[in-house]
Structure formats: structure tokens, C-alpha cells
Ligand binder design. Sequence first.
Ligand SMILES: C=C1C[C@]23C[C@@]1(O)CC[C@H]2[C@@]12CC[C@H](O)[C@@](C)(C(=O)O1)[C@H]2[C@@H]3C(=O)O
Ligand SMILES: O=C(O)CCC(=O)C(=O)O
Ligand SMILES: [Fe+2]
Length: 336
Amino acid sequence: MVVHSQPTALDHCSLIKTCKPTTSVFNGIPVVNLRDPEAKTLIVKACEEYGFFKLVNHGVPMEFITRLETEALKFFNFPQSYKDKAGPPDPFGYGCKMIGSNGDMGWIEYLLLNTNPQITSQKTHTVFRENREIFRSAVDDYIQAVKRMTFEVVELMADGLKIEPRDALSRPLRDEKSDSCFRLNHYPPCPELQALSGRNLIGFGEHTDPQIISVLRSNNTSGLQIFLKDKTWVSVPPDHASFFINVGDALQVMTNGRLRSVRHRVLADSVSSRLSMIYFGGPPLNEKIVPLASLMAKGEESLYKEFTWWEYKTSAYKSRLGDYRLGLFEKTASGL
Ligand SMILES: C=C1C[C@]23C[C@@]1(O)CC[C@H]2[C@@]12CC[C@H](O)[C@@](C)(C(=O)O1)[C@H]2[C@@H]3C(=O)O
Ligand SMILES: O=C(O)CCC(=O)C(=O)O
Ligand SMILES: [Fe+2]
């Protein structure tokens, strides 16, 4: 007799990758207190070593954070058919399991939004209907406060790096044409995971963020991992009251490789759901992404060919999630 086992949720998405378990929880993530007089030095040190740090005493009201978390959960708890009306992402809108448009998949559903309320996708508009104002004001209040904090962080960074003018990093983010976006990620628990004999399920595959800086906040469910210089993956202990700052590819170029964009990924959990919200601070599309003159030593050459953010972004969105996107823009060893 042939016994057919019941299909599991994972059978339907066999393309979602698993990876070997990494058990090491890393307690060495640098922590920066935004009000510490040493903050600028600590930020630079953390970005040079890890491209990543945890920010405390950040000044973003907890009320904005919890209000947005509540609204996001309300949305993710709607029936699938309802959420699908806000998708597929173009890249803005609701997406489920598929990340980007080049075949990447993960154990995730998400909403990708433009930080400029005027560019809200029509699909998202339709779905939120009567709740639209409540949702949008929760997003806007949160983003406004997170942006303010981010500008302060990158100005401290510029100060710590002795960049002149001091607003060289914050100006492209403050620009009204800044190409920034905002993402709400929901990683539902995956009970089938327990049967995967110790393997982990990828929620969001490994990648670097293309923009200048990413500012992440999550609930207290773990899952985020970063790739260290010694080529090991380590788990970042979650902290719902703090922010995690990632150096993006554009900042790596603007500092001629002094700050490194951090490779990171998210693993799904068998029991708890993870909710994260990320502000990706990008420059205007026509901004030239080049090393900042005041950072270059005498005779130092740019490691990268000249390109605009539009060119980089267009190329990034044609790539697979895990690709090394800056490779195409590096000058060859011979300087060509
Ligand atoms: C597979 C992809 C998804 C992504 C666009 C890309 O082609 C490669 C970069 C990906 C990424 C990573 C950081 C952000 O989450 C994101 C919004 C971004 O700007 O670049 C995503 C893109 C996406 O989900 O559309
Ligand atoms: O959800 C997370 O914690 C991180 C997701 C991420 O890296 C991204 O959206 O680019
Ligand atoms: Fe990311």
C-alpha cells in the first residue's frame, strides 16, 4: 500500500532555501548610545569593523514604534486573498515568499513602501481603504522620527570621519528627491521546521543593502544574522527597544571602502513570528556615488568607477539577492 503523507506548507515552496544551523549568538555587537559624547568615534569604529551596530538612547518615541507594529500586524493578519490585492510588488506593494523579481524566495511576507507619501502605490491605497489614514499616519510618524535620528547618526559619522562639509552624508538623505524606501517584513512561524532535522529555513536570503544606510527595528524574535570579517555567520540578539544600523553599498563607495556594507540574512523560527521595519536611506536618483573628496588621502584613487544612484539601483534590481553587486562597479586591479 502506498501511503501519501499530507503536503506541508514547505512542500509548496521547495524553492525556499535552508542552511546549516549556526548556533553562535554574538554578544560582541557594538552598542552606541546616541547621547554619548564618544558616539561619533564609536560609530566609525563599529562601521569599519562590522558595518553594523546597535543604537540605544535613540530618541524615537516608543509610542510611534508600537503603533506601527500594531497596524502592521493588523494587516498581516488579514486573509491571504485580501493581502494579495496589495500585490504583486512593483517593487512597492505586498509580496509573499518572492523577494524582488529575479527568483529569490524566503519564508516571508512584506510590504514595501516609498517613504514619500505622494508615491504610494495605487494597490496599497485600495487595500487599506477606510484604514488608510490610520495606517499611513502610523507609517509617516514613524518614518519622520527615524529619519531625524538617521540624519543625526550620519552627521556624527561624518564628524567622526572628519568629512567636510559635515552634511555630506546627510544631505542626500534629507533631499526631497531622496530615493528612500520603507519595508515591513513579517516572518510567520514555520512549525514544519522542526522536522527539517536541524536545518534552518531562510526567511530573507543573504545580501547587502544597496542604499547608504538602513535602520532596522524588530520585535523580540531572533533571526537576524550578520556575516563577520572572519567569514562566520553570527546571530544578532534581538532588542525591540533599540535600532540596528547597517552600512549600505553606497556608503561603502562614498568612503572608498573604509566602511563596509554588511552582509546579512534572516532565518525563520518554528514557533515565534518576527516583525521588522526597515528604513532604507538612499540618495536622489541623479546623485553621483563617488568617494568623498575630504576622505581621500593625497594621491588615493577611487576603487570604483563613477556611477549615479540610478545606474546602481537599476543594476541592483536586475541582480539576485545574494550577488556581490558592487563587483560590476569596481575598477580592475590594473586600474582600467
Ligand atoms: C532580489 C532583489 C530584492 C531587492 C532587489 C533585488 O534585485 C536585489 C536587492 C534587494 C534589496 C535588498 C534591500 C532592500 O530590502 C530592497 C528593497 C532593496 O533596495 O534592495 C531589496 C529589493 C526588493 O526587495 O525589491
Ligand atoms: O527583516 C529583517 O530583519 C531584515 C530584512 C532585510 O535585511 C531587508 O529587508 O533588507
Ligand atoms: Fe537587508
